[in-house]
Design a protein around this ligand. Structure first.
Ligand code: NAD
Length: 267
């Protein structure tokens, strides 16, 4: 039998957008646990973010730096990538994870919410990719992972902007993968179902308030409507999939979308 190839991300550098919370935070921890230096990005309390950096550095013996780049601003994205390249000499892995949600009927959907969701959930991935690919090409290695959603494959009412952005990410993934197919850079998407993070907690709280039910009942309702396993996907389950896609064992995988959705899109 052929020797199993080792994971290849020790000493690589990964930028994970939106990693001060939820899924992104878990991805940062898991990539760091494989020996990868990480750039944390997103909003939050300064002390908590410093704590996260220190925790990652102490636990995994890697470097963790923070960028406050706003994913709505292409110039800030470009700056974060050039700072990372200057700081670490390379940008090997990007995980386009930052995202927001807004739930409203299409006729009531505020224009500024539409624009913000398209900018943060979709356009930021384009700017991240555009600015990172030259660095990846120069090192002959790259991994681009776009965190889409079950809503990148199927729709739900009252989520027009989110569904449009997440479907767009899957198209972007395929187009970039084809363009880079003959390089050593891969581009894939992950499509999670419900994961219990602040983004979903807000939706649970709204269901609970609107329908005068407890938050536990609202959680059960949310899961029962879409996710046959009736349990939340764990952030670390997404993180381990990211780590696999970054490894040498995934060299042949590009342009693909992976559902981690407890059966949501099998229905
Ligand atoms: P979260 O709210 O816990 O985290 C979102 C992160 O994005 C935070 O770090 C936040 O600071 C950051 N962010 C928001 N706006 C930003 C901006 N303008 N610039 C930079 N960073 C910004 O949410 P989460 O559930 O961990 O979501 C992470 C990704 O996973 C999102 O793209 C989301 O759409 C996707 N997703 C989540 C679920 C789920 O059930 N939680 C399911 C499918 C897909």
């Amino acid at each position: 039998m052929n020797k199993v190839r080792k994971m290849s991300i020790k000493n690589k550098t990964a930028i994970i957008t939106g990693s001060t919370s939820g899924i992104g935070k878990s991805i940062a921890h898991i990539l760091a646990s494989k020996g990868c230096n990480v750039v944390i990005n997103g909003f939050g309390d300064t002390v908590e973010i410093e704590g996260l950096q220190k925790e990652i550095e102490a636990e995994h013996k890697v470097r963790a730096v923070y960028s406050n780049a706003n994913m709505k601003e292409p110039s800030q994205i470009a700056q974060m990538i050039s700072d990372t390249a200057n700081n670490f000499g390379t940008v090997d892995i990007i995980v386009n994870n930052a995202g927001i949600q807004h739930v409203d009927k299409v006729e009531d959907f505020p224009d500024e919410k539409w624009n913000a969701i398209i900018a943060i959930n979709l356009s930021s991935a384009f700017h991240m990719i555009k600015n990172s690919v030259p660095h990846m090409k120069s090192k002959n290695f790259g991994r681009i992972i776009n965190i889409s959603s079950a809503h990148g494959l199927v729709a739900s009412p009252k989520k027009t902007a989110y569904v449009a952005a997440k479907h767009g990410l899957i198209g972007l993934t395929k187009a970039v993968a084809l363009e880079l197919a003959e390089t050593s850079i891969t581009c894939n998407a992950i499509c999670p179902g419900w994961v219990l993070t602040p983004l979903v907690q807000e939706q649970i709280n709204n269901i609970s308030a609107n329908e005068s039910i407890s938050t536990k009942e609202a959680e059960i309702k949310l899961l029962s409507e879409k996710q046959p396993t009736k349990r939340f996907v764990k952030p670390e389950e997404i993180g381990h999939m990211v780590a696999y896609l970054c490894s040498n064992n995934a060299n042949g995988i590009t342009g693909s979308s992976f559902s981690l959705d407890g059966g949501w899109t099998a229905q």
